[in-house]
Design a protein around this ligand. Structure first.
Ligand code: AMP
Length: 213
């Protein structure tokens, strides 16, 4: 099963993607996580990506597409995968469609986790992330067991630079301009499904599993 998660930053698609990956035993591929791991390890890719990420801008397609195309051809993706944060532009979607066509495959579902803008800024300011293992929390909706400490690895939780209110508005503008057109793209491809992302997390997941069943 090959799934794309769509939705504004902060819509909860990462949380849902992790649960889908666990339930269907397929890899969760998050381009944001891949870039953050590269930043942490001080790679060339990480240095370049950080310049864009810190401003709330998208990392250019040429730095993004190849790494995803390589990743989805690894052995663990044979049964499928869930893409979280990719594609984010029409050229990325076209690159993905073309790469899969070449190997006689196609995506099965594009799931849009729909949340209005006014809910997003509030959600993002409460988000906390572990920069060590990539786990994310929310101070109200998904609190860690101990305040400020990652349940998984015990590292300190932080408000990511790109989750600060001034950057969130920029990310939302970028989302509407560059990523929202993908809803139409995947609707035309006949694989778009929408879920109401303002519902409690468990209900959003239930709606998604009903779609995938
Ligand atoms: P995320 O964790 O998915 O919210 O991504 C964090 C940041 O990483 C984004 O705001 C972008 O700067 C960058 N990023 C992640 N995925 C992509 C992508 N597919 N294309 C371009 N930039 C991306």
């Amino acid at each position: 099963m090959k799934i794309i998660m769509l939705g504004a930053p902060g819509a909860g698609k990462g949380t849902q993607a992790k649960q889908i990956a666990a339930k269907y035993d397929i890899p969760h591929i998050s381009t944001g996580d891949i870039f953050r791991a590269n930043i942490k390890n001080g790679t060339e890719l990480g240095k370049k990506a950080k310049e864009y990420m810190d401003q709330g801008l998208l990392v250019p397609d040429e730095l993004t597409c190849d790494l995803v195309m390589d990743r989805i051809q690894e052995d663990d993706c044979a049964k499928g995968f869930v893409l979280d944060g990719f594609p984010r532009t029409i050229p990325q979607a076209e690159a993905l469609t073309a790469a899969l066509e070449k190997i006689g495959q196609k995506m099965d579902f594009a799931i849009d986790v729909d949340v209005p803008d006014e809910n997003i800024v509030n959600r993002m300011s409460g988000r906390r992330a572990c920069l060590e293992c990539g786990a994310t929390y929310h101070i109200v909706a998904i609190p860690p067991k101990q305040e400020g400490v990652c349940d998984n690895c015990g590292s300190k939780l932080v408000l990511r630079d790109d989750d600060k209110p001034e950057t969130v508005q920029k990310r939302l503008d970028v989302y509407h301009e560059q990523t929202q057109p993908l809803i139409d793209y995947y609707n035309k491809a006949g694989i778009l499904k929408s879920v109401d992302g303002t519902q409690p997390m468990e209900k959003v997941f239930e709606d998604i599993t009903n779609i995938l069943a």
